[in-house]
Design a protein around this ligand. Sequence first.
Ligand SMILES: NC(=O)c1ccc[n+]([C@@H]2O[C@H](COP(=O)([O-])OP(=O)(O)OC[C@H]3O[C@@H](n4cnc5c(N)ncnc54)[C@H](OP(=O)(O)O)[C@@H]3O)[C@@H](O)[C@H]2O)c1
Length: 249
Amino acid sequence: MSSPRTAVVTGASSGIGAATARTLAAQGFHVYCAARRTDRIEALASEIGGTAVVCDVTSKESVAALAETVGDRLDVLVNNAGGAFGAAPVAQGDADDWRRMYEVNVIGLMQVTRALLPALVASGAGVILNVGSTAGRTAYEGGAGYTAAKHGTKVVTETLRLELWDQPVRVCEIAPGMVRTDEFALVRFEGDQERAEAVYAGVAEPLTAEDVADAIGWMVTRPVHVNIDELVIRPRAQAAQHKVHRVHD
Ligand SMILES: NC(=O)c1ccc[n+]([C@@H]2O[C@H](COP(=O)([O-])OP(=O)(O)OC[C@H]3O[C@@H](n4cnc5c(N)ncnc54)[C@H](OP(=O)(O)O)[C@@H]3O)[C@@H](O)[C@H]2O)c1
């Protein structure tokens, strides 16, 4: 019997990453669930028959240990670890928040990609899927630290596709709009539940983590000659970044 296809999902401890790990496992992948919170990824890995790998994508040593665990061959890498910290206007910007956003959304993605690229090439048909954002397409007030970082995710993806043009590795980006996950807005507003709730106020159906995972599952399982360069996915209620249909009582 041939060994199962393998996938690494970073940021698998919650939200889109956890849903993606479940989707890929259901598609037959053995999934390496990587994130910093051990208890979460261990529970997920045991649920889906995968492998938990404690990993901070901003740490070179931690990423090297992830590559060591994965070994010589890897079919799919989903660079999902990321997030937004704060929403201050540029005039009140916090340099530490901005650095953290660049570290996780751009440098972390580069470090994981660099470490796992030989194994992806060795598979003969690797896929790198980066989780960007519509924030990597459009500016919005208070968003500059995050939008700058997610524009970085987009440009790194494009550059990598050019650089790997003669290699058996596809390079894709998914750019979700408003996704209601348990933690994204809470992390952004440092646990302020009221501000986090306000993001989704009156929106009947924001995207769910499962909606995005479903699209990722589709993107990484196209025939090997088909590269989905980028896929923008939003809820119907969000016609554009600023144009959100909200119904208030
Ligand atoms: N929710 C949205 O509206 C939305 C829209 C567009 C794009 N996105 C993007 O989608 C991705 C997932 O977001 P989400 O909504 O699912 O948010 P989330 O639930 O907050 O998930 C973020 C994940 O990233 C992990 N992570 C953060 N820093 C890390 C680090 N240094 N090393 C390893 N893992 C790290 C977290 O796990 P640990 O804390 O356990 O490490 C967590 O599993 C992010 O890249 C985000 O920017 C989200």
